[in-house]
Design a protein around this ligand. Structure first.
Ligand code: FAD
Length: 258
């Protein structure tokens, strides 16, 4: 299969750099074709602004989504955005790898989503009716593709457990996995999270790469996180709240799991 790794770490000689190299070797050895978007090495522009729609009328106020829509539809987006969209079309599976920085992804990767996910490409897709609220949350331009996070954290496993001080890791990753990956249609695989990275000796490295290697070997067969799909009966439209008989009494992120 075709695998795109979108990768954000400023230092190639880091734990993340070593894990990225491990992943590329493992995937290629299994016969997959791999592309890496190494965002720091590419000097990826993180900010979405008027330069992303170079043909826009400069006399008009810049509008982040409408200018994105026009530039995407007319084929006039900046070249770096179009290249990343082409990699997404090419990929069967996309891996997003990053160190957790302030409970989320590094800003450079957030800027990749802000810019590459153009209006008409990743959102604003599909019809709206009484039974269908656009192609999103389980449908959309990334339908049929798989996505997986590979995340390193300084905090320990227990800090991210159900009652841990940092909050449960599934909750922290929900906006990324559900909001940024499931939204445009990806099947989202459970993440590979490497905790407590302050101490990684040879034995730890072996354990980490054993786990990561196993997950890379089973990219095509691992069951995705069972998020509920928007247009298939679980939600009232247009309120987009769960119907009363779905996850009754449950609130919060976990209610959106089947
Ligand atoms: P490195 O610092 O490169 O290495 C970590 C360990 O791996 C070291 O023991 C090192 O010896 C070993 N190692 C390095 N290279 C290799 C190699 N080639 N082979 C084998 N072992 C190697 N943590 C949280 O939990 N939550 C947060 O919200 C959070 N916010 C942060 C915000 C910022 C701005 C920063 C800088 C850090 C934050 N952290 C946070 C910590 C951060 O998540 C970790 O520092 C990061 O995940 C470690 O990954 P790294 O690739 O940078 O590791």
């Amino acid at each position: 299969m075709n695998v795109l790794i979108v990768y954000a770490h400023p230092q190639p000689r880091s734990l993340n750099g070593a894990l990225r190299d491990f992943a590329v070797r493992r995937l290629e050895a299994a016969g997959h074709r791999v592309q890496v978007s190494d965002l720091y090495a590419m000097q990826w522009k993180a900010t979405l602004d008027e330069h992303d729609a170079p043909e826009r009328d400069p006399r008009e106020p810049f509008h982040a989504s409408l200018d994105s829509k026009r530039a995407f539809a007319e084929g006039t987006q900046s070249a770096d955005i179009a290249r990343e969209q082409e990699k997404l079309r090419w990929a069967d599976t996309v891996i997003f790898q990053f160190p957790m920085w302030w409970f989320s992804m590094p800003a450079i990767m957030k800027g990749w989503f802000d810019r590459v996910y153009a209006y008409g490409f990743a959102y604003g897709v599909g019809e709206h009716s009484d039974t269908h609220w656009g192609d999103r949350y389980g449908e959309g331009s990334m339908s049929g593709k798989r996505a997986m996070l590979v995340v390193t954290t300084g905090g320990w496993d227990s800090h991210y457990s159900a009652r841990g001080i940092n909050g449960p890791i599934d909750d922290l990753l929900f906006p990324i996995q559900h909001g940024m990956l499931f939204y445009p249609g990806f099947d989202v695989l459970p993440p590979v999270v490497v905790h407590r990275t302050g101490k990684v000796d040879a034995a730890r490295w072996d354990a980490i790469t054993h786990t990561l290697g196993g997950r890379l070997d089973t990219l095509a067969t691992t069951a995705p996180i069972p998020y509920r799909r928007q247009n298939f009966g679980a939600y009232d439209i247009p309120a987009l709240t769960l119907k009363d008989d779905v996850s009754p009494g449950q609130t919060g992120f976990a209610a959106h799991l089947a």
